[in-house]
Design a protein around this ligand. Structure first.
Ligand code: ADP
Ligand code: MG
Length: 321
């Protein structure tokens, strides 16, 4: 590499390494983070490999944002407060134009999510990015997949399906306004971290929607050994999605499309008012889309009428049957 490893780190990855929890950042053998009294550490790691998780030649600044957004989304799912993250970067060469754009997107996202970059590893090889995030949550309060209870409302944040619609226009030379919305959701996902941090104490189970609502809600149902009733007409669809696709196609994308990085959580009926109030306070839209049931089956209703899962084109839901 033209740049030494140390110069590279110094030049591109030290711009945002201070935070409330950071005692020691980049430069030592370990980063040191301090937990607030009575809090537990939550951690999660995500890896993206070129050609598998993103296409060759994707704009590096977009990649920087995306890899961090996907990782912090797991902290949101847990209701944890971001403390810091580490980046393991494997690069074919030290292409400075690439590094500059990538680190710009990454640090921009880090600032937006208020999660400092506290350490990492830099190696040579086929392009591969790993991000490990650290967060904290009050002891015993982390949202888990297994905590859904019969009678709980099922909620989701934001709108669903837009990132899936982006796949239809990734190569579009001149995206229209709706396509811009989709591409923005895909490349610049914003997991609702501040809102999510309020969920311990309000919600029971939580998960982030990375593989599509049906698949991810399915994880909650399986882990909780419960079923659900899902109301199709309550799915939150963006105007862009509903205006571009038929109702059936929009719902299909909302149910089975990936990369939304919104939250799905379950909460007692008694918390409805508090939840909607909290969502308003943090500028997050929430939709109540169904209910957890005692039966271990998923029922999908359209205005109260049962709908077959066969309407879906993406068969990722099949673990329900
Ligand atoms: P060590 O040999 O102890 O593993 P390194 O020489 O790999 O340490 O890294 C030196 C310092 O730079 C460490 O604090 C490490 O966490 C940090 N670091 C290395 N690569 C990155 C990176 N891509 N982004 C952020 N920090 C990094
Ligand atoms: Mg060392």
């Amino acid at each position: 590499m033209a740049l030494s490893e140390f110069e590279l780190i110094l030049r591109y990855f030290t711009a945002y390494q201070d935070g409330y929890a950071v005692v020691t950042g980049i430069g030592d053998d370990c980063a040191q983070l301090s937990l607030s009294p009575g809090y537990s550490l939550c951690t999660s790691i995500d890896t993206m490999v070129e050609g598998i998780h993103f296409p060759k030649n994707v704009a590096p600044d977009k990649l920087g944002w995306r890899v961090l957004a996907a990782a912090v989304s797991d902290l949101a799912a847990a209701g944890a407060a971001p403390m810091g993250f580490c980046l393991a970067l494997t690069l074919p060469d030290s292409d400075e134009a690439w590094l500059s754009a990538f680190s710009q997107g990454l640090i921009e996202a880090a600032k937006a999510f208020e999660i400092p970059l506290v350490g990492g590893d830099t190696t040579r090889g086929p392009l591969c990015l790993s991000v490990q995030v650290f967060g904290e949550v009050a002891e015993g309060a982390m949202l888990t997949r297994a905590a859904a209870r019969p009678g709980d409302d099922i909620w989701v944040t934001g709108t669903l399906g837009d990132a899936r619609a982006a796949l239809d226009c990734l190569d579009s030379a001149e995206p229209d306004a709706a396509q811009q919305t989709f591409l923005d959701q895909y490349y610049r996902a914003r997991p609702p971290l501040m809102f999510a941090r309020q969920m311990p104490g309000l919600a029971h189970a939580g998960i982030d929607i990375s593989d599509g609502l049906l698949a991810d809600l399915g994880h909650i149902l399986k882990a909780s050994q419960r079923g659900a009733i899902l109301n199709l007409e309550a799915l939150p669809l963006s105007e862009a999605l509903a205006g571009t696709y038929s109702t059936a196609q929009s719902r299909d994308y909302a149910l089975t499309g990936g990369d939304d990085y919104q939250l799905c959580f379950t909460a007692p009926v008694a918390k409805r008012d508090q939840l909607t109030h909290c969502a308003r306070e943090y500028g997050v839209s929430v939709a109540r889309i169904g209910e957890i049931t005692d039966a271990e089956t998923l029922t999908i209703l359209d205005h109260g009428k049962a709908v077959s899962l066969d309407i879906l084109t993406n068969k990722g839901y099949l673990h329900f049957s």
